[in-house]
Design a binder for this molecule. Sequence first.
Ligand code: FAD
Ligand code: MG
Ligand code: MG
Ligand code: MG
Ligand code: MG
Length: 552
Amino acid sequence: RGGPKNLPIAEVFIGDDDTEETRAMKEKPRLVVLGGGWGGVALLKDLNPDEYHVTVISPTNYFLFTPMLPSATVGTLELRSLVEPIRRILHRCRGHFIRAQAEDVEFSHKLVEVSQQDVNGQEVRFYVPYDKLVIAVGSTTNPHGVKGLENAFFLKNVDDARKIRNRVIQNFELACLPTTSDEERKRLLSFVVSGGGPTGVEFAAELYDLLNEDLSRHFPRLLRNEISVHIIQSRSHILNTYDEAVSKYAEERFNRDQVDVLTNSRVKEVKEDKIIFSQKMEDGSVVTKELPTGFCLWSTGVSPTAFSITLAKKLGDAQTNRHALETDTHLRLNGAPLGDVYAIGDCSTVQNNVANHIITFLRTLAWKQGKDPETIQLHFSDWRYVAQDVRKRFPQASEHLKRLDKLFEEFDKDKSGTLDFGELRELLGQIDKKLTSLPATAQRAHQQGQYLAHKFNKMARLSQGLLANDVKDGDLDAAAYKAFEYHHLGSLAYIGNSAVFDLGEGWNISGGLWAVYTWRSVYFAQSVSFRTRMLMAMDWAKRGLFGRDLIS
Ligand code: FAD
Ligand code: MG
Ligand code: MG
Ligand code: MG
Ligand code: MG
C-alpha cells in the first residue's frame, strides 16, 4: 500500500520466479498505456518489444475498428470482424493487460489510480506505478445539454452498434404487424439522425442502402414510401468540416435518394415517439417543429471523458483548453513533470500556433525574394497561396478558411486591396483562436501513437548511452526525436454506395463502392490485422451473395 490515498499498489504483474526473463523485465522502465483504441494500439504495434515493461489499462479488452462501425449497425459487416482482442495485440511486446478504468493520476508519485468492480460487484481502487505514462482514453459523446437523450441511440462502441441493429430490425417487425396502424407504421419507419458529421452521414447512408437492397426481399409488406430517413444538422451544410464540393456532393446525393436533410436545425428534445427541433428559416425567423420517429441516433461531436476533466482540473493553469488535454509539440502533457506523461488521440490536443507557423513561412518567402517581411503586401492571389499552405499544415483550419475572398476583404482594414503584415497577423490570430484541436480522427490518433513508439524506441537506445552526448538540459524527448507533425491524408465519407474523398487543397474524388473499400484498406492497412481483413472480406462476400442477415 502507499501513495497519497494509501491504496494497494499493484506490482504483481511480474512473476516472482527467478528466471532470466522476469529479472530482465524488472529492470526495464515501466510504460503504462491508458486506453486500447486507435492511439494506444498504434503505439503498441510499433514499440520495440524488448525495451519496456508494458501495461495497458482499459475498461474494454478489445480494439475497435471504428470507421466500419456504421456498417455493422445494419448488418453489412459482423461486429466481431471489427474488433481485435487487446491481449492478442499485447502478445508481441509481452505486455500485461488490466481491465479497469483510470480515475486519477498522482503525478509526483508516478501512480495511476484505477477502479474496477471485484467479484462481488464492489468497486475496488488501486494504484499502478509507471515510469512513463501514455494517456489515450479517447472521448465521449457530446450531450449538448439536450433533454431526453435516454431515448436516443449513440454510436461509439460495439454495444451501441448492437443496440441500434436490434432496434432497427425490431421497428421493421413491428411495422409489419397487421395490428399496427398506418400512422404508427410511418412513425416506426421514420429514422432520425441528429448530427451531419461523418458518423451521422455514414449511418444514414448505410441505412438507406439496407432499405434499398434488402428490405423488399425480407419485408415485402413494407412500402418504400412509408420509410423516411432524416438528418438534422445545426450548420448550413452537412459534412461541414470537409471541402465545400464534398458536402455539396453529399447533399445532392441525399436529395436524389430522398434522404431528408434538415439544415440550420437544432434538436431541443428527444421524446420516445418524436423529436422536437428548432429550424432557422431563410427570413431569419426560428420555428419549432416536431418529427414523429421510431429511432434517433445522436452523433453531434465529442467531449472529454470524466478522467480527462479530472486531470485538466488538477493541472490548473497549465491546461487552458476546455475540449482536450493540452500537450506540447512532443506530445508531453502540459503541467506534468517533463518526459513522464504523454497524451495522444481524441483526448488530447497539441498546442498549435498557426500564426507563428505562417509568419515563419512568410519570413522565408520574403527572405527568398530579398524583401523585408514587415513591408510585405499580399495580393489576393498571394493570399490564396498562403491559405493553401495553412490548409495543408492545419487541415482543421479548413472550415475557417472557406470564404477566402470574404476573409481577405474583412481583414483588409484600410481597403488597399492588399494585406500587410499586421493585417495578416491579425487574420491568422483569429483563426488560431477558433481552432480547438487537431481533428478527432483515427488518422490522427494513429499517427500520434506511431510517433510515440518511434520516439520511445529511440529514447531507450539513448538511455543505453548510445546517444547520450546529444542530451541538453535533460530534455531527452527533444534530443532524441523531432516534434510531432500531423500529416493530413484526406478525409473520407461513405454516401450510399459511393465514397467522397477530401484530400485537401481542393482535390476531391468520388467513386463507387470499390473505392470505399480500397481506400480504407490502404488508409488503415497498418492498423488492421490480417485476421480482421479476412473477416471483413468474408462479410462483404456473404452480403453480396445472400444479402444482410436481418435478425436480432
Ligand atoms: P479511442 O479509439 O476511442 O480509444 C479510447 C480507449 O480508451 C478505449 O479502449 C476505451 O475503452 C479506453 N478508455 C476510456 N476511458 C478510459 C479510462 N478512464 N481509463 C482507461 N481506458 C479508458 N476516424 C477516422 O479517421 N476515420 C473514420 O472513418 C472514422 N469513423 C468513425 C466512425 C465512428 C462510428 C466513430 C465512433 C468514430 C470514427 N472515427 C473515425 C474517429 C476515431 O474512431 C477516433 O478519432 C479514434 O478512435 C480516436 O482514437 P483514441 O485512441 O484517441 O480513442
Ligand atoms: Mg487509444
Ligand atoms: Mg477505438
Ligand atoms: Mg485518446
Ligand atoms: Mg491592406
